[in-house]
Design a protein around this ligand. Structure first.
Ligand code: MLT
Length: 312
């Protein structure tokens, strides 16, 4: 009903500011990546790319906002691995988590780190695992809701140590990090884009990185396998999306701006500081990202089903 577009789309795209929805709180890892990319894209597009944080429900509220937005390229979504886990984790969503989007491209892949409040009673991963097995639900594990990377990492970690902790959900790991630094929650598994600076400053303790290799940004931090948990591995990717039905030339223009941003030396440097890197251009095309995303949905589905924790 009433879908006739007003006769206003004069001139080349874009001719007004673009909103980039970040589906988590400001100050967290998605926000950090999104703001850097938005700034670089706005230079290429000649229009502001304005970040709007729409946090809550593990990233699904922000995704819903974009899936249901007008498909004109002026509302886009910077999301992450939650795009691959929510189709399995959520039984009911007010949007189509797979067919509601056009892919614009992959942005980055980010390692995760297992971190704790500074004064946790453990000196290495083996001691931390022993403490968790002893205290169980007496320990608080912070995450950013069902569908967050910190939720997925927590699922895998609790499976690896075969012990449950008490989960404390936030609208993003930015605010969760404040509580970890303050010592009011005990543990978190979060992206290096949010933890590297705190680890270096000594405001939190890090126990492991969740990648097969150590990171050059945090060379002293052992991998989970080196710390005694082989197979506990996960990394987070971020991608850029537009609502389904966004015209192809508009999507192509947005992808072009993204590719420019990914080759920006400032972004490369800033990402490297935070333990990550922009993906190579060949992986950042809309088609390559759609294939990668679909494969990741299939990869996580059985693992999530085995864990048996779903949201409504
Ligand atoms: C955030 O930006 O807050 C994170 O990406 C949350 C998460 O997924 O763990």
């Amino acid at each position: 009903a009433g879908l006739a577009a007003p006769a206003m789309a004069q001139g080349a795209f874009p001719n007004k500011p673009i909103t980039m929805v970040i589906p988590f709180a400001a100050g967290g890892p998605t926000d950090t990546v999104g703001r850097l990319i938005a700034q670089a894209m706005s230079v290429d597009l000649g229009q502001p790319v304005v970040v709007e944080n729409v946090g809550g429900a593990g990233g699904t509220l922000g995704a819903q906002r974009v899936a249901n937005a007008r498909p004109d390229g002026y509302t886009i979504l910077l999301h992450h691995i939650g795009m691959a886990t929510t189709p399995t984790l959520y039984r009911r969503l007010a949007y189509d988590p797979i067919n509601g989007f056009e892919t614009l491209g992959l942005v980055t892949e980010v390692p995760m780190t297992l971190v704790a409040r500074r004064n946790i009673e453990a000196n290495n991963l083996a001691e931390l695992v022993a403490l968790i097995r002893q205290k169980g639900e007496g320990l608080n594990y912070a995450n950013a809701g069902i569908g967050a990377a910190s939720h997925l990492c927590g699922l895998l970690f609790m499976q690896a140590v075969n012990t449950r902790m008490t989960t404390v959900p936030y609208r993003g790991t930015g605010p969760a990090m404040n509580d970890l630094v303050a010592g009011t929650v005990d543990l978190m598994c979060d992206q290096t884009t949010n933890t590297t600076e705190q680890i270096r400053a000594g405001t939190i303790r890090a126990f492991a990185v969740t990648t097969p290799e150590r990171l050059s940004a945090l060379p002293d931090l052992p991998t989970a396998a080196q710390g005694g948990l082989p197979g506990f591995e996960v990394s987070v990717w971020h991608g850029l999306y537009a609502p389904k039905g966004t015209p192809a030339p508009v999507a192509a223009r947005l992808n072009q701006a993204l590719l420019k941003a990914l080759q920006d030396p400032t972004i490369e440097r800033r990402f490297a500081d935070l333990g990550t890197a922009p993906v190579p251009v060949a992986r950042a095309t809309p088609q390559a990202h759609r294939e990668f995303w679909q494969a990741d949905i299939a990869k996580w589905r059985p693992l999530i089903q085995a864990a048996g924790q779903f949201a409504d």
